[in-house]
Structures are given as structure tokens and as C-alpha cells.
Design a protein. Structure first.
Length: 92
């Protein structure tokens, strides 16, 4: 797929799922300069931990999927202490 169509497919094939063990938060899927990011929406001053299939993968509000993983498929969870959100990524 050419660049723009591939990135659009990312957003379409990522499905939002509420984590069953936490309070609902938000994850936004963004594309910028040919890269795809997951952004964890959190309260000011809250720490962030990103999990991918149960393993910690980051501590920043934004997680760059396009440059980090050859195969980004998996369940991503954003944890901010009192809130969690999850996003299942199906696109590769």
C-alpha cells in the first residue's frame, strides 16, 4: 500500500477495547510524517506505562509504533496509575 493508504489502514484496523480491570481512559491513534503513534490521554502530572502483550514497552505519553516494531500487532495497554486503556492493533 502506498504511504497514506497504509497509515489510514492502521487507524481503521486498530480497535479500541476497554480494559476489564481498570477505569476507562483514552488512547488516540495519530499519524505524523509517515509514522504512527499511540497517544495515552492522561491527567496532568500522571506517569504513563505502556504495555504490549504484557511486557512494559514505554513510559512516554506517545508510543511510536511505525519505527519501533517490524510487526506491531498486539494488545497495547496504557496505564496511568488510576486509569487503563487498551487498544488491539491488527495491522502489520
Amino acid at each position: 500500500m502506498p504511504g497514506g493508504k497504509a497509515l489510514s489502514a492502521w487507524a481503521l484496523l486498530a480497535s479500541l477495547a476497554v480494559a476489564s480491570w481498570g477505569v476507562r481512559g483514552q488512547i488516540h491513534v495519530k499519524e505524523f510524517s509517515g509514522k504512527v503513534f499511540l497517544e495515552c490521554v492522561r491527567s496532568q502530572g500522571k506517569n504513563v506505562t505502556w504495555w504490549r502483550d504484557g511486557s512494559a514497552v514505554g513510559h512516554e505519553a506517545q508510543l511510536d509504533l511505525s519505527g519501533v516494531y517490524d510487526d506491531p500487532r498486539g494488545l497495547y495497554v496504557c496505564e496511568t496509575g488510576d486509569k487503563t486503556s487498551s487498544l488491539q492493533v491488527h495491522y502489520r
